[in-house]
Design a protein around this ligand. Structure first.
Ligand code: SF4
Ligand code: SF4
Length: 280
């Protein structure tokens, strides 16, 4: 059995019992033109990334004031545990090699790497569109000194002439040129400090205390999604953040890193809007 086959077998044996179904390899050399200084400094040039898809769709709820990806327990922790399960057998099989887990804070451009690994294509909304979960999956990876062959890109079609996410974006943050963060509602809900009247209005119009699902919901690849196959992503789903449940969720959910103040501010902005509507 070749080294890549051995790695693929060990990864598969580790992830399938955890409900993770899809992974791919991307040599770091294929990303060299896309790496920032941190990536160039941190990463072994001849190494590779083993990328995993973690689907998060948890179903529909009668009421929700949080983006869909934020309902489950902190995906950083869930992904971190899954990556450790992969690293243990790999490190035992290849003791001379290095294996580093990354979730979110990755030095590699994950969407491009995911596409090169055959896990989907880069959508006009800036997300990786996968054939299995649309864009409703987290990407995480193990970066290793082992050279592994590229497993993609697949024959995924791409966005072609579709522009539904661009047309659906209510603030004009999304254009053919990429994302203008300052106009994105999701980014605004994460901003610290006092928000401008325009930013407050955008939170009220969106109705979410964290995130924005509009461009994700507009994408035809996100229709008819199945529930996540990862048991931990289906547990403890909390669709509504309130003043009361907030303290207990801070430690548990991914948005907790932003701190109580930002979340309470967003809830106050939404509450004020409801009062205004009642008084009208
Ligand atoms: S998350 Fe919302 S505001 Fe941001 S780009 Fe998508 S639709 Fe536009
Ligand atoms: S909505 Fe259309 S243009 Fe936007 S990411 Fe999905 S397929 Fe691509």
């Amino acid at each position: 059995m070749s080294i890549p086959e051995q790695v693929a077998r060990l990864v598969e044996e580790a992830i399938l019992p955890l409900g993770v179904e899809h992974f791919g390899f991307c040599p770091l050399e294929a990303l060299s033109g896309l790496l920032d200084c941190r990536g160039k400094r941190l990463l072994p040039p001849a190494g590779s990334a083993i990328l995993l898809l973690l689907p998060y769709y948890g179903g529909e709820f009668p009421e929700r004031n949080l983006a869909r990806y934020a309902l489950c327990d902190d995906y950083h922790r869930i992904a971190g545990d899954i990556l450790e399960e992969i690293i243990a057998p790999l490190a035992a099989a290849f003791p001379a090699e290095k294996f580093l887990p990354f979730v979110d804070s990755s030095p590699i451009p994950e969407v491009e790497a995911g596409a090169l690994a055959g896990l989907g294509f880069a959508g006009k909304n800036g997300q990786l569109i996968t054939p299995w979960y649309g864009s409703c999956a987290f990407l995480c990876e193990v970066v290793t000194t082992l050279p592994l062959p590229q497993t993609g890109p697949s024959a995924a079609a791409g966005c072609e002439s579709c522009r539904r996410c661009l047309d659906a974006c209510p603030t004009g943050a999304l254009s053919g040129q990429g994302l203008e963060k300052a106009r994105c509602r999701s980014h605004i809900t994460q901003k610290k400090g006092e928000l401008t009247p325009w930013e407050q209005k955008e939170i009220q119009k969106g109705g979410l205390a964290w995130g924005c699902d509009i461009c994700t919901a507009a994408c035809p690849h996100n229709r008819g999604l199945s529930l996540t196959t990862i048991p931990q992503m289906r547990e403890n789903l909390v669709p509504v953040l309130t003043e009361e449940n907030l303290p207990s969720l801070l430690e548990q959910k991914s948005y907790g890193w932003r701190g109580e103040k930002v979340l309470r501010r967003n809830l106050a902005i939404l509450r004020e809007d409801q009062h205004c509507k009642r008084d009208r």
